[in-house]
Design a protein around this ligand. Structure first.
Ligand code: ZN
Length: 251
């Protein structure tokens, strides 16, 4: 074997070693560290916030969400993420979570659900689950790769485009399994925080109705995938198994 033919192998080994050192991932299953996850999420979220209406100045909406956050965040631990839950001044009926704990509840969603604390709490719980269960960071890792994440963190080169790509990924649904898991964790968090978890049924029903009347509308990105009945049934089964009842579910 000529030395030259070994070069790709050496390059590969060196690359792996560098990645392992940089990411502290020797043997770990995650490519990026938690600090990098949080930093990456903040960079992407800051840009998303600037480009999509900024933070709401409506005192009632801000107070509603900060009260929910104060009760909900403690029950999501572990894992320990620095949650920062904000109201986005945006008419879409939506919510979105970024890796590391930044969450936006759109003012349109708060309005659509009549500022109902139980309903909003489950939505926030659902989004927090995408952070806590690392759906968000894993998707970015998979789709954009380590180099892009590092470029974003250090604000190099294509950082604005990468931040935009992260935000686009976060606005897509996560696929059936992750969404059902987030639904379940949302119920658990809402219940543990003292909210009525059965409000989840009203939220899912609300999105289903929206989808019927405004198909393919951007406003319903929060729940765009088909099979909404699956989620409603799944939530109902979970409530039943836990023995939880409330204003929106009486077995
Ligand atoms: Zn989701």
């Amino acid at each position: 074997m000529r030395p030259r033919s070994l070069y790709p192998l050496f390059a590969l080994l060196l690359g792996c070693l560098l990645l392992a050192v940089l990411a502290g991932c020797g043997g770990g299953r995650r490519l990026i560290s938690k600090d990098q996850e949080i930093s990456m999420g903040r960079q992407a979220a800051d840009q998303f916030e600037r480009e999509n209406g900024g933070q709401s100045t409506d005192p009632a909406a801000v107070q509603l969400v900060s009260r929910i956050a104060a009760r909900l965040v403690p029950v999501t631990k572990p894992p320990d993420y620095p949650y920062d839950i904000r109201v986005l001044n945006n008419r879409e009926i939506n919510a979105v979570a970024f890796p590391g704990g930044r969450i936006y509840v759109f003012s349109g969603l708060i309005k659509h659900f009549d500022s109902n604390p139980d309903k909003i709490a489950w939505v926030v719980g659902h989004e927090a689950a995408h952070v806590a269960r690392q759906h968000a960071v894993r998707r970015v890792e998979r789709q954009l790769g380590y180099e892009a994440i590092i470029a974003l963190i250090f604000n190099k080169g294509d950082a604005p485009q990468i931040a935009g790509a992260v935000a686009s990924l976060m606005l897509l649904d996560y696929g059936r399994d992750n969404e059902l898991e987030a639904d379940r964790y949302g119920l658990t968090y809402a219940h543990a925080a003292g909210y009525d978890p059965t409000a989840a049924l009203a939220v899912l029903q609300g999105f289903q109705d929206l989808q019927k009347h405004k198909p393919s509308n951007l406003e319903i990105m929060f729940m765009t995938h088909p099979g909404e009945d699956t989620r409603i049934n799944h939530v109902r089964d979970y409530l039943k198994n836990q023995g939880w009842r409330g204003a929106y579910y009486q077995p």
